[in-house]
Design a binder for this molecule. Structure first.
Ligand code: AMP
Length: 285
């Protein structure tokens, strides 16, 4: 690709985020120079049509990435774990986090934190909680903003194939494509043991647990329909990398997904657990 640009959008209502406005939506891409203007325009339209409300603040940031090393990644394999209602989804999320090596009490602490609203005062954050896997302590430097995973996208050469593969399972939508991209980058950071996420969009109840050795494990319901509460937790393992380097990799290192992991059809938690137990590093094609 020719010279690449990072294009980012964040929107809020009631003023900018930093002045206390309510976060409405965010998006980001890495695109060739010729596409930057069009992509920025699409992001403005997307911000204006968001189901969380009409923003009165839209910030577009465009940065050239010339001279930056862009790391190439493989997307995580995608599994959908069958879930009943959202409370069962949360119980399964806890068990999936345990499969990823997170202690049960730390997994529960993360879920409680998102249920209560992780920002000071109980609202949503714009980024993620950074939780120490040993202590459950929160370490994000700014607890209102959280830690933002940034500078990631799919290489155009894999996007068409990804859309086709996701469409076969009814998963080809912005939520899944963007979350898979973010989760693949986050899981590639050596000191991040796992991630937990559910959306703040009131109409989107699905969420996921992701981890490098396991994949992107989608749970169909992690919250009640209509709820605007959502968030992310990145589980940081201090034995695998220092905090400052972890933040640099998450927030500033550009990555492009150039290879795709597989996608599997829906399975129960028991079926997934059996698969994991059968193989230490299983893969699907
Ligand atoms: P979304 O999946 O976009 O609905 O986001 C769900 C939650 O994840 C948001 O409320 C934020 O707390 C968090 N979040 C969104 N984008 C990012 C990001 N780029 N990095 C870290 N956390 C994020």
């Amino acid at each position: 690709m020719d010279q690449l640009y990072s294009v980012k959008m964040r929107s809020a209502r009631g003023g900018p985020h930093e002045a206390g406005g309510k976060h409405i939506s965010g998006a980001e891409r890495i695109v060739p120079a010729a596409e930057a203007a069009a992509v920025a325009g699409q992001m403005v339209l997307r911000a204006q049509g968001h189901e969380r409300g009409r923003p009165d603040f839209i910030n577009i940031k465009i940065e050239g990435l010339a001279g930056e090393d862009i790391r190439e990644l493989t997307s995580l394999p995608v599994y959908t774990i069958k879930t009943g209602e959202w409370r069962e989804g949360l119980r399964l999320a806890e068990r999936l986090l345990e499969l990823a090596g997170i202690k049960p009490e730390v997994a529960r602490q993360a879920i409680t934190c998102l249920l209560e609203g992780p920002a000071p005062g109980g609202g949503n954050m714009r980024g993620a909680v950074l939780m120490d896997v040993n202590t459950g302590c929160r370490l994000e430097p700014d607890p209102g903003r959280g830690v933002r995973a940034a500078y990631m996208d799919y290489h155009p050469s894999v996007l068409g194939e990804l859309e086709q593969r996701l469409a076969r399972y009814g998963l080809n939508n912005n939520h899944v494509r963007e979350a898979l991209c973010l989760a693949s980058k986050v899981a590639s950071v050596p000191s991040i043991a796992a991630e937990l996420c559910w959306s703040d969009d009131p109409g989107y109840t699905a969420g996921y647990v992701a981890a490098a050795g396991l994949g992107y494990l989608r749970l169909e319901h992690l919250k009640e329909k209509g709820s605007e509460r959502g968030g992310r937790v990145f589980f940081w393992d201090p034995r695998r990398g220092q905090l400052e380097e972890t933040l640099r990799l998450l927030e500033r290192e550009p990555c492009l997904i150039t290879r795709l992991g597989g996608i599997s059809s829906k399975m129960s938690f028991a079926e997934f657990e059996k698969k994991v137990n059968q193989s230490q590093s299983f893969q699907i094609s």
